[in-house]
Design a binder for this molecule. Structure first.
Ligand code: GLU
Length: 444
């Protein structure tokens, strides 16, 4: 039974990079008819916040990434304590007392000497008396996991065969001074207890994986299949961190406010960075069917928001009015005009946000744009335009009549009249727009 999980820390809102992780895990579970777990990694009680938990869930629900089960690390401390006891029993934990500043100095000294900044295990050789003394001096200690200094190897679902020398990694702190268990251990305990079979996450976790594989083995758990995807990068090539992701227009909250359609976003994120083309899908089955983790590459991939908006525009072009009825009603478009309005403007909008602007134009008319040399022509043309309401034949009949009296043709005729009526050089097909246009200001 395939089981995956998306494990955000509720310390910020989700951005497109997080969504890519969530989506990959979701699609793997869905494809195998397995279980997708939402695990809230809130062991860091100070930095975690309920407001972010809500926002994470809202975003996932908005996108239709429904989870089968929800878990919270903050509710599982007892299980972590059991695992700690087990590791103590195995002699894999040792007490360490260095203050963060000492560690920093040690690391600096190592780097200066051209050595990898790996923790020197000085605390391991302390005698009982020395430990007692340090406990009194420093207060509580932390507990580190004693890594087995050998190579850790696994076949990564995206990066291929990986091998990390555990001797080049510091023994990780698993228990803080206040006794709280930290993420690297909590995550492994959860993955074992919840039967997680596949873990997809960003490649910033590759070293964690080497460490965690050793913790899995120490606890006697089955190591899941790991896959590490390349991080998405922002406009300047910078990796999308939590801070950056939520400030750029790439936070999911922001895209939602901007009324980006979920399937435009999902279609893009389920394929970018893979050898499959980004194609618009409008249901989860299609998205799932073509999804194949092995087709993703390990190179960093730039997320170009313009590409997303272009995809969104394409998506809207094929959307029937029934999918946007609520949206149209919410901006005050009467039922009888909903369909003609939608069919007229849907080819000319990037997001549903733009509907308001077009509706305002239909309702109030636009400031006409008329060149000096066209003034008389437009004046005459306006005398030939009947009063609203217009219908689908109005544009054709009107322009034919204007052509007959003015002799103008082509752009001189059509573009000049379009600009007089809509104030813009481009926009919806005029025959389709006329029936929803209620005010013509160029008349005055
Ligand atoms: N809470 C971790 C993160 O957000 C989860 C990493 C993992 O998938 O294990 O980076």
């Amino acid at each position: 039974m395939t089981t995956t999980r998306f494990a955000p820390s509720p310390t910020g809102n989700l951005h497109v990079g997080n969504l890519r992780t969530a989506l990959m895990n979701y699609l793997i579970a869905r494809k195998a008819r397995g279980t997708f777990i939402l695990r809230i990694d809130d062991t860091d009680l100070e930095r975690s916040s309920g407001k972010y938990v809500d926002s994470i869930k809202d975003s996932l629900n908005w996108l239709g990434l429904h989870w089968c089960r929800e878990e919270r690390q903050s509710e599982r401390f007892n299980q972590y304590v059991e695992a700690v006891d087990k590791l103590h029993g195995l002699g894999r934990l040792y007490e360490a007392f260095e203050a963060p500043n000492d560690l920093k100095l040690k690391r600096k000294a190592k780097v200066k000497a051209g050595k990898p900044p790996v923790y020197d295990r000085e605390a391991m050789v302390l005698t009982q008396e020395e430990k007692e003394k340090l406990r009194t001096e420093m207060g509580a200690s932390v507990w580190r996991f004693k890594l087995d200094r050998k190579r850790v190897e696994w076949t990564d679902g995206i990066m291929g065969d990986l091998s990390i020398d555990a001797a080049s990694v510091s023994d990780p702190v698993l228990i803080r001074q206040d006794g709280r268990v930290l993420y690297p251990l909590a995550s492994v305990v959860d993955d074992i207890d919840m039967g997680v079979t596949d873990v997809v996450r960003g490649n910033d976790h590759v070293t964690n994986t080497a460490v965690q594989i050793q913790i899995f083995e120490a606890l006697g758990g089955t190591v899941p299949r790991f896959a590490h995807h390349a991080l998405l990068t922002g406009p300047k090539g910078e990796a999308l961190s939590k801070r950056l992701g939520s400030t750029l227009p790439l936070s999911l909250d922001n895209l939602r406010k901007d009324k980006v359609v979920p399937f435009a976003l999902l279609s893009m994120l389920a394929r970018i960075g893979s050898s499959d083309p980004v194609e618009l899908r409008n249901n989860m089955d299609d998205l799932t069917q073509g999804f194949d983790l092995s087709r993703f590459g390990a190179a960093p991939i730039n997320f170009d928001v313009r590409r997303l908006y272009a995809l969104n525009a394409r998506y809207l072009r094929n959307m029937p009015v029934s999918s946007v009825e609520k949206e149209l009603a919410s901006i005050g478009i009467p039922d009888n005009l909903a369909e003609p309005f939608w069919l007229a403007v849907r080819d000319n909008i990037t997001t549903l946000h733009c509907l308001k602007e077009w509706w305002a134009m239909c309702q109030n008319g636009a400031d006409p744009v008329i060149a000096d040399e066209d003034r008389d022509f437009v004046k005459t043309a306006m005398t030939l335009l009947p009063d609203p309401p217009f219908d689908v034949t109005t544009w054709k009949k009107w322009t034919t009549a204007v052509k007959a009296v003015s002799g103008r043709t082509g752009k001189d005729l059509f573009m000049t009249l379009r600009k007089a009526l809509t104030g813009r050089e481009s926009g919806p097909d005029m025959s389709a727009l006329m029936p929803v246009l209620q005010v013509v200001r160029a008349r005055n």
